[in-house]
Design a protein around this ligand. Structure first.
Ligand SMILES: Nc1nc2c(ncn2[C@@H]2O[C@H](COP(=O)(O)OP(=O)(O)OP(=O)(O)O)[C@@H](O)[C@H]2O)c(=O)[nH]1
Length: 304
């Protein structure tokens, strides 16, 4: 581990450094409260643990820990363990240290075995926390991804749309969305089976994804229904993009074993304006236009 230590008494600092290095850790030294804060800010990526003296000149250990924890919160950094070191064993000092954001307390003079045990315990907690964060990230990815196509799912699409609508309003920039639906998809399932249907869905997703512009959010929002959020895109530009998707899809057949399917899609496009200023209004407008595209014969894009 990389341990940042802060201790204003040079001999104490050297002893602590020696013990930690003997245990196989790397050590970064600071000699007072303000230098431990700046050392952490400059090196937070490498630091795994902080051990600091409670009583230091100018900025006390308690204040330094408060500022380090505040910096972690503001910058959304991962938690790392902090241990206080002090000659005082007064209950109030221990309480103040822990309440400031530290995780454990070591009393001076340092006993190598106790130091080693506490560092070990902190490393274990940090490791468990890292595992938990990783598991949470995996769960988050599962909760926002459509398992069949690997695209974003409806939940993720709606969340991105909320963000893009807020940005479009804040900076007064255009925003368009399109809802695309594969035509007569039921026939694929009915004639070739569900596996063929699944393959068509993932091939369509891959083709749409390959043609998507960076920054556009493409999602599978229902069975054979896809949606695209096109930030900074006017209705005219969205029509061009959706025509491209429509042609990309129908121009070359998809194959499933020896069978080939020509797939077409219908789409409704809506752009943000005074009438379609909310997520609900935009989705509803695009959905109604998609319905019109189906009514008017499919394999087409409809907009207002
Ligand atoms: N294979 C497969 N089929 C799905 C999936 N989700 C929905 N479907 C099927 O998609 C089909 C949608 O049928 P419909 O809503 O009648 O639409 P359509 O046949 O595409 O007709 P139009 O949209 O009117 O052109 C149904 O047969 C669903 O069972 C899926 O994940 N995999």
């Amino acid at each position: 581990m990389m341990v940042l230590i802060a201790e204003d008494t040079q001999t104490d600092r050297l002893i602590l450094k020696l013990y930690l290095e003997k245990m196989g850790h790397s050590v970064l030294e600071a000699e007072d409260g303000s230098s431990v804060i700046s050392a952490y800010k400059d090196n937070w990526k490498d630091i795994d643990l902080i051990i600091l003296d409670l009583n230091m000149p100018k900025i006390s250990g308690v204040e330094a820990v408060k500022r380090i924890r505040a910096f972690q919160d503001e910058s959304k950094l991962d938690w790392i363990p902090i241990i206080f070191l002090s000659g005082s064993t007064i209950d109030e000092d221990i309480e103040a240290g822990i309440l400031s954001g530290a995780d454990d307390y070591l009393s001076k003079p340092i006993k190598p075995k106790v130091l080693s045990a506490k560092v070990h315990a902190m490393a274990r907690i940090a490791d468990m926390r890292a595992q938990l964060l990783q598991a949470n990230r995996k769960l988050e990815a599962l909760a926002t991804t459509d398992f069949l196509t690997g695209l974003s799912n409806r939940r993720c699409f709606e969340r991105s749309l909320d963000d893009e609508i807020a940005k479009a309003k804040r900076y007064d920039i255009p925003l368009s969305i399109a809802i695309l639906d594969i035509d007569h998809f039921k026939r694929v399932n009915d004639s070739y089976g569900h596996d063929a249907g699944d393959l068509v869905l993932s091939s369509v997703a891959a083709r749409l994804q390959a043609g998507a512009r960076k920054g556009d959010v493409l999602a599978r929002i229902g069975g054979e229904e896809f949606a695209i959020c096109l930030p900074s895109t006017t209705l005219e530009q969205a029509i061009v993009a959706c025509e491209r998707y429509r042609i990309v899809l129908s121009s070359e057949p998809l194959s499933y074993g020896c069978d080939e399917f020509t797939i077409t899609l219908s789409a409704g496009i809506a752009s943000m304006d005074v009438d379609h200023a909310s997520k609900h209004d935009l989705m509803k407008a695009a959905d109604e236009l998609l319905y019109r595209a189906k009514q008017e014969g499919r394999d087409r894009i409809v907009y207002n």
